[in-house]
Design a protein. Structure first.
Length: 270
């Protein structure tokens, strides 16, 4: 895509996210909006997947460890044809295959059940190790949150990934600086997160998490014998002025006035 096409696509995806969340009157708008470009970089430019064969053995694996941001992933999977777009409007309904957190047993294109924070990073490490043992060329990408990075299991997984030289594993951090109870620095500061991962044995990079080209270029930097960590600096609620960098939009529904204002700002048809 050109930069202009990327912008149009990002607006469309954000519109779909908000329509989903408005319809079900629950969910997590802030962290879903912040991760859009990260997922676009992966699915439109990097990973090998086949919407007609979601279980294709040679596919790359993508784990959304911050599972509450799954509306963004659903929007992209529908756009790619893993399931019909109209399924999106049944988000979080009892008879829907699209639940509030990813479920690999119900949704085509989902590689792991996540939601309990930190577990997706560990699952990704296990997948990367298994693929290494099978001499597979497939790669594993995991998107984690900054509040989630306060979990001890994340650092156990990081230590393991470096020890086993999992250079087929890339961890991308959605670093928007906010979590459900406030800012990261107020709750539990991450400090120099790149420095921490580097000390665990990762090749580390920091990028603008809303610049698709920069994310793709960094993912494609070759590494040997080390897993890769990419800090993606983002804004919670990106794309909607009254949500951007506003912690109160971590997890609450939009009323009709707020929904209409957000859709108008995005300039998309619903």
């Amino acid at each position: 895509m050109t930069i202009e096409e990327q912008d149009v696509k990002a607006r469309q995806l954000r519109g779909d996210i908000l329509r989903m969340l408005f319809a079900c009157q629950s969910g997590h708008p802030g962290g879903s909006l912040s991760v859009v470009e990260m997922l676009m970089a992966l699915y439109y430019d990097v990973v090998k997947v086949d919407p007609k064969n979601p279980s294709w053995e040679e596919r790359d694996r993508v784990i959304l460890s911050k599972g509450h941001g799954v509306p963004a992933l659903y929007a992209i999977l529908a756009d790619l044809g893993f399931f019909p777009r109209q399924d999106l409007w049944r988000l979080r309904q009892a008879d829907s295959h699209l639940q509030g957190h990813p479920d690999k047993n119900k949704t085509p294109g989902i590689d792991a059940c996540t939601g309990s924070l930190g577990q997706g990073v560990s699952i990704a490490g296990g997948m990367a190790m298994a693929l290494k043992r099978k001499n597979s060329r497939s790669r594993v990408f995991v998107i984690t949150g900054d509040g989630e990075t306060q979990e001890g299991i994340v650092w156990e997984a990081a230590m393991s990934a470096a020890h086993y030289k999992l250079d087929n594993l890339t961890i991308l951090l959605d670093h928007n600086g906010l979590q459900i109870d406030g800012t990261n620095d107020e709750v539990m500061s991450l400090g120099d997160v790149c420095g921490k991962y580097r000390s665990f044995g990762f090749e580390c990079f920091s990028v603008d998490g809303h610049d698709i080209g920069e994310i793709v270029r960094t993912i494609n930097i070759p590494v040997s014998g080390k897993p890769k960590f990419i800090e993606c600096r983002t804004h919670k609620g990106e794309g909607v002025s009254f949500m951007r960098d506003n912690v109160s939009w971590h997890g609450k529904p939009l009323n009709e006035e707020q929904y209409n204002k957000a859709i108008q700002e995005l300039g998309v048809a619903v």
